[in-house]
Write a protein that binds this ligand. Structure first.
Ligand SMILES: Cc1cc2nc3c(=O)[nH]c(=O)nc-3n(C[C@H](O)[C@H](O)[C@H](O)COP(=O)(O)OP(=O)(O)OC[C@H]3O[C@@H](n4cnc5c(N)ncnc54)[C@H](O)[C@@H]3O)c2cc1C
Length: 492
């Protein structure tokens, strides 16, 4: 048995660190437990590019979050707006109207306020020029409502939050994984943790669970997401194995949300089994709306241009996983290669290049080349050439009469050199988890708060079903992390 704290936070990613800072603001003594070693700290949050979805009515709202915007940036950029109503409509549509009606309005209402609060702890934000804007003439135009990212991406976020944690004198223990909750008379009163193989009971007035989903647990993936999910690559940390969810269920928490669903993307076929902090999120390959995706049979299998990438990328990993051999090739011609995101130009990429379609067909490993060539001919003939191509809007330049249509950004594959990139499924995080109320208290199966237990981040269920609007994971972790920390600090 060791010292006692007001609040123990389990995990040290974005949600956990926001919770710890918020609890400290309430005057609480706080201990953060992190299972990873110091070198791998920061959880999935550190692997991100820092995209941060928030509602804004116009540039004045953005200036609250990014007062550093220069006159030049303001004069040359069309940020547009992304209203709370649009954010709400996206969450509803993308989750097929399943997202928790109690939590979604909080997520949206607090999305900008939490960024302003994070600034007070040293986190900085910038316009997401590289990934969410296109240059038209001498102006930048943002698309898809996602205009803001954390300066320095995930590493910048974690660095800033860790400095704030240190400045607040909050203690963090690394390589210290929580294994169980201490429950007394129906109240959570601390955790059992393991460090260097030693078991320790650490007592607290409240516990905030922010230890991620179960994406890094191959057995749970197969059990809950289904057959074949053991074969997915994990995009981020190897430490999110569902421990927080398991601990909470063991004291009666209600399982909630889309337990068979996850966020999963097209990810380099030869990427390592877990994330690599040097490469970060650059194994992803998100420019498929401008090309075609082809499977082992030489067939297209999905509408690459169904919507803006932000609204399809998180569900297309699963579609790739379902293809024979769990892989696909993304194919582009020279008309669009200048539009490919930076992640296509890293050293660790599985890529082929060819001057003719026949040569390309012979280089697409494990693909039926003859059928690929026929398919490209059919596809080229179906492209609606009379509709202008415009990557900044859903341009409606689709295909006619194909069994698998392409709805926007369709171009003939006819201009060499051709490039193709091989991808498989990379899982980001799981959607199922715990049920929380508006104060981020964990609810039991009778819908009553479990005294002393709070949760935030990936392990909260009920927000995302089937799909996910890009940049919402960090926002969710920050919003509910701050609420969980405040509630825990106040002993709500
Ligand atoms: C490659 C990649 C790119 C992404 N890009 C974006 C993006 O640009 N924008 C966006 O919004 N989202 C993005 N996401 C999703 C985003 O990372 C997550 O939604 C969010 O960071 C989750 O935050 P979290 O604090 O809940 O979890 P994490 O940041 O994963 O933190 C959980 C922590 O808990 C620790 N832990 C686990 N078990 C225990 C235990 N038993 N005891 C103690 N500690 C434990 C883990 O080691 C980890 O540090 C991306 C994810 C990945 C993998």
């Amino acid at each position: 048995m060791s010292a006692s704290y007001d609040v123990i936070v389990v995990g040290a990613g974005n949600a956990a660190l926001c919770a710890a800072l918020a609890a400290r603001e309430q005057g609480a003594s706080v201990l953060v437990l992190e299972r990873a070693p110091h070198a791998e700290r920061g959880g999935n949050s550190r692997y991100t590019a820092g995209a941060f979805r928030l509602a804004f009515d116009g540039v004045d709202d953005l200036l609250e979050v990014m007062p550093e915007l220069t006159e030049h940036e303001l004069a040359t950029t069309d940020f547009g707006s992304y209203t709370a109503d649009q954010f709400f409509a996206d969450m509803a549509r993308i989750t097929q109207y399943r997202a928790d009606p109690d939590l979604v309005p909080i997520l949206i209402d607090q999305s900008r306020a939490v960024a302003v609060w994070m600034r007070t702890h040293g986190v900085r934000f910038s316009p997401s020029y590289g990934r969410q804007a296109f240059r038209i003439g001498d102006r930048f135009r943002f698309w898809g409502g996602l205009a803001v990212e954390v300066t320095g991406g995930g590493p910048g976020l974690i660095e800033a939050l860790m400095q704030a944690i240190e400045a607040q004198g909050i203690e963090i223990r690394y390589e210290c994984g929580a294994t169980d909750l201490i429950e007394e008379d129906g109240e959570v009163r601390g955790v059992v943790a393991r460090q260097n193989g030693r078991r320790e009971e650490i007592r607290a007035g409240a516990v905030v669970l922010a230890s991620g989903g179960f994406e890094a647990n191959a057995e749970w993936r197969t059990r809950y997401l289904g057959a074949g999910w053991d074969l997915a690559k994990v995009r981020g940390t190897r430490f999110n194995t569902g421990a927080g969810i398991r601990m909470a269920l063991a004291v009666g928490a209600m399982p909630w949300g889309n337990w068979s669903g996850s966020h999963a993307v097209a990810w380099d076929r030869n990427a390592p089994d877990f994330g690599d902090l040097r490469v970060g999120d650059n194994f992803q390959k998100h420019s498929y709306p401008f090309g075609i995706m082809v499977n082992a049979n030489g067939e297209r299998f999905v509408d690459e241009g169904a919507d803006f990438r932000n609204y399809t990328y998180a569900k297309y990993g699963q579609v790739v996983l379902q293809q024979p051999g769990q892989f696909a090739w993304q194919v582009f011609d020279a008309k669009v290669t200048h539009l490919l995101r930076d992640e296509y130009r890293i050293r660790e990429v599985t890529k082929v290049r060819a001057d003719t379609l026949e040569e390309l067909a012979s280089k697409l490993e494990d693909v039926n080349g003859a059928r690929f060539l026929e398919m490209v001919e059919e596809y080229n003939a179906a492209v609606q050439d009379d509709v202008p191509f415009d990557p900044t809007v859903k341009d409606g330049r689709g295909t006619n009469g194909l069994a698998v249509p392409k709805s926007n950004w369709a171009n003939r594959l006819d201009t060499p050199p051709y490039e193709a990139y091989e991808v498989t499924c990379g899982i980001t995080f799981t959607f199922g988890g715990l049920r929380i109320d508006r104060n981020a208290r964990v609810l039991d199966t009778a819908m009553q708060p479990i005294p002393g237990l709070y949760a935030a981040g990936e392990l909260v269920g009920g927000l995302f079903y089937f799909n996910y609007p890009g940049g919402t994971g960090l926002t969710s972790g920050s919003v509910f992390g701050r609420i969980a920390g405040t509630s825990a600090g106040q002993g709500l």
